[in-house]
Ligand binder design. Structure first.
Ligand code: SAM
Length: 240
């Protein structure tokens, strides 16, 4: 790995996390997350493998931690509705700007948008069948990561699944993202933080080995394509 990518760089901050970030660019960034996720995050696979099988028989309660613009929640809501399956989907984010933008762009999906920390939901005794996140782990320092993992485990109803997805740091991820976004930086991704923040994110991200070394006992970490990782917990109590 090149020297700039050999270790997590938690000292850098993504532009979208700046409270003074340009509002118009931030809004375009939220608006483009759906495109980026469709290309890199494989939401269809998540739906087929982890969501649809659990949604058969009873309404599924889904929590998306760090939902950003809410595109993953709206995608899942659309697929479930198409398949005649019921769900209550909650999009959680600590950033008021994300919640405001996502609420204004629900487009009839029926997602609930909440500004809160996962710890507040734990304290309120809330539970979910599926707890997800996408591209959030790299935002967290080591202590915050432990909190989010512990909270997501405690938020699970019996038989539930927690699955946190992110990019895996590495030269391939960096080179692919840089090459793929360069031609789009003057059109589709113009006036957004997607390209700059995407490259910064990769520098902040973990490798599979790094996560394996720090996740609490019982969590599984696995790599995927393209340069993806998943941190996963399956509750072994019987689902009622
Ligand atoms: C890169 S965005 C990803 C958004 C969305 N999940 C996606 O895949 O497009 C990361 C989001 O996580 C939120 N976030 C960061 N730390 C968080 C935490 N501890 N709890 C909830 N949200 C958090 C940020 O405010 C931001 O909206």
């Amino acid at each position: 790995m090149s020297s700039g990518l050999s270790a997590r760089d938690v000292g850098i901050r993504e532009l979208m996390d700046d409270p003074r970030a340009d509002e118009r660019m931030l809004a375009r960034t939220y608006g483009r997350f759906g495109f980026v996720n469709a290309v890199v995050s494989r939401p269809g696979l998540l739906y087929r493998r982890d969501i649809r099988p659990r949604a058969v028989g009873a309404p599924l309660r889904i929590l998306d931690i760090g939902a950003g613009g809410g595109d993953l929640c709206r995608f899942l809501a659309g697929r479930l509705r198409r398949d005649g399956l019921e769900a209550e989907i909650t999009a959680l984010d600590t950033d008021e700007r994300a919640i405001r933008w996502a609420s204004a762009h629900d487009r009839g999906a029926g997602v609930r948008y909440r500004r809160a920390l996962s710890t507040e939901l734990v304290d309120a005794g809330e539970t979910f069948d599926v707890v997800l996140s996408n591209h959030v782990l790299h935002h967290l320092d080591d202590a915050e990561l432990q909190t989010v993992l512990e909270d997501s485990r405690r938020l699970l109803a019996p038989g539930g699944l927690a699955a946190h997805h992110d990019i895996a740091r590495g030269r391939t991820a960096y080179a692919l993202f840089a090459a793929a976004t360069w031609p789009l930086s003057r059109n589709l991704l113009a006036d957004s933080f997607i390209r700059v923040d995407g490259l910064l994110s990769i520098r902040r991200s973990h490798t599979v080995a790094e996560l394996r070394a720090i996740v609490p006992r019982g969590w599984r970490v696995r790599g995927g394509v393209p340069s993806r990782l998943e941190v996963r917990w399956e509750d072994d109590r019987a689902r009622p």
